[in-house]
Design a protein around this ligand. Structure first.
Ligand code: GDP
Length: 174
């Protein structure tokens, strides 16, 4: 028989970026509502999920985590497969992670083509230790033609808005 579940839209999201920018923390925060400052690299590719209702669509958003395997192309590429939305994440306190953003975007597009993406400057709670200027970040978003979110997984700032934007953009382009 027909249940509500029959109308659920499954969406696969991938979070990419250098190590330690807060990708796992972002997934934990969004799917479980928790944050831990303990730095723990988990092994193996895995995902967490969360249901949300957006514009009258029941969505099951599955967020995939590279779990510290960022440097292994063969692993990350299989993890992108089937991705429908992507977060390009860097850390406010890590210049290298910011400079690496264009190559992360290329890697995703090489595997899955042009999908809905957002640029996320995480750890804005540490803005006093920023290794890039506001202008540089805005320039990057403009150059890559992606919407920018300044966020803090730690303070739970802008994470809900980020995924709401990605999911509703995806739904409207379907
Ligand atoms: P990943 O390697 O990209 O998955 O990064 P993690 O999620 O493991 O996070 C790396 C470290 O940054 C951990 O110690 C987190 O607690 C910390 N972290 C994540 N997000 C934030 C944030 O918004 N602000 C601060 N201050 N620390 C954060």
């Amino acid at each position: 028989d027909m249940t509500e579940d029959d109308f659920e839209v499954p969406i696969k999201g991938v979070i990419v970026g250098n190590g330690a920018v807060g990708k796992s923390s972002m997934i934990q925060r969004y799917c479980k509502g928790i944050f831990t400052s303990e730095y723990k690299k988990t092994i193996g590719v895995d995902f967490l999920e969360r249901q949300l209702n957006i514009e009258e669509n029941d969505v099951r958003l599955m967020l995939w985590d590279t779990a510290g395997q960022e440097e292994f192309d063969a692993i990350t590429r299989t993890y992108y497969r089937g991705g429908q939305i992507a977060v390009l994440a860097f850390s406010t306190t890590d210049r290298e992670s910011f400079d690496a953003i264009p190559s992360w975007k290329d890697k995703v597009e090489d595997e899955v083509g042009e999908i809905v993406m957002a640029l996320v400057q995480n750890k804005v709670d540490l803005i006093d230790e920023a290794k890039m200027s506001v202008e540089e970040v805005e320039e990057m978003a403009k150059k890559l033609k992606v919407k920018l979110f300044r966020a803090s997984v730690k303070e739970d700032f802008n994470i809900e808005e980020l995924f709401k934007y990605l999911v509703s953009s995806y739904l409207s382009k379907r």
